[in-house]
Design a protein around this ligand. Structure first.
Ligand code: PEP
Ligand code: MN
Length: 262
């Protein structure tokens, strides 16, 4: 069902009025985790001030250590709901269990399936039974073929609203958090009709190269870019080192916007 051979036209996923995959790049910024209403709404204000209309924020955080901040859970989704109603932004957040599909549908605009759950088949089937847009991230060590098959699980249940997201894969290279596989973008665009985004935060883990990587993503045909922005990264409860502060985000966006307009 995801194959370009079967459907030659691009799938366009509409999120709260914003079209992803229509040829104009979409941008998703926001904190790694929803920490409080104040923190989340301050990022929403920042995003709105740029004329942007999508925001991310994790409520269920799949962390490597069980002792790290796990996210606010449903309370985080409720905060996002309040922020989206106040700001008009479309919001994206991850869930990690099929049991949370219903509450997610109520509170957010896009359900994210994170890298660690790309092959959580019951979760894929559960979101496939809804009509909600799904942002499916590539697994930490998933091949492109496995990634495409994971998307197929969602479409096979009847939900065509899937956005693929390249977020870096595990390699021997230590200079970046993961290795951004930019070649995946044109391959996914060729093999499937789904929109493809690139997460420059979790792939690179380095604020100093996010801008060139975001430009490169657009240059190879990505339908959008995702990056993390936090009002005060030093005190962030997760991914403190790699979230942009507002000043860094201003500089990043100024240049990326100009590049995208070319
Ligand atoms: C995230 O986007 O919040 C996240 C945890 O990313 P990934 O699943 O790609 O690691
Ligand atoms: Mn993060």
């Amino acid at each position: 069902l995801v194959s370009r051979k079967r459907q030659p036209e691009n799938t366009v996923v509409t999120i709260n009025g914003v079209e992803v995959g229509n040829g104009k790049p979409a941008f998703v910024f926001g904190p790694c985790a929803v920490e409080s209403f104040e923190q989340t709404s301050s990022v929403a204000d920042k995003i709105k001030s740029k004329g942007l209309n999508l925001m991310r924020g994790g409520a269920f955080k799949p962390r490597t250590s069980p002792y790290d901040f796990q996210g606010l859970g449903v309370e985080g989704l409720e905060i996002l709901d309040k922020v989206r109603k106040g700001s008009g932004l479309g919001v994206i957040s991850e869930i990690v269990s099929p049991l949370d599909v219903e509450v997610a549908c109520e509170h957010i605009d896009v359900i994210q399936i994170g890298a660690r759950n790309m092959q959580n088949f019951e979760l894929l089937k559960a979101v496939g039974k809804t009509n909600k847009p799904v942002l499916l991230k590539r697994g930490l060590a998933a091949t492109i073929d496995e990634f495409i098959h994971a998307a197929e699980y969602i479409l096979a249940q009847g939900n065509p609203n899937v956005i693929l997201c390249e977020r870096g894969i595990r390699t021997y290279e230590k200079a970046t958090r993961n290795t951004l596989d930019l070649s995946a973008v044109p391959i996914l665009k060729q093999e499937t009709h789904l929109p493809v985004m690139v997460d420059v935060t979790h792939s690179t883990g380095r604020k100093d190269i996010m801008l060139p990587c975001a430009k490169a993503a657009l240059a190879v045909g990505a339908d959008g870019v995702m990056a993390e922005v936090h009002p005060d990264p030093a005190v962030a409860l997760s991914d403190s080192a790699q979230q942009m502060d507002f000043e860094e985000f201003d500089a990043f966006w100024d240049e990326l916007k100009a590049f995208a307009a070319k």
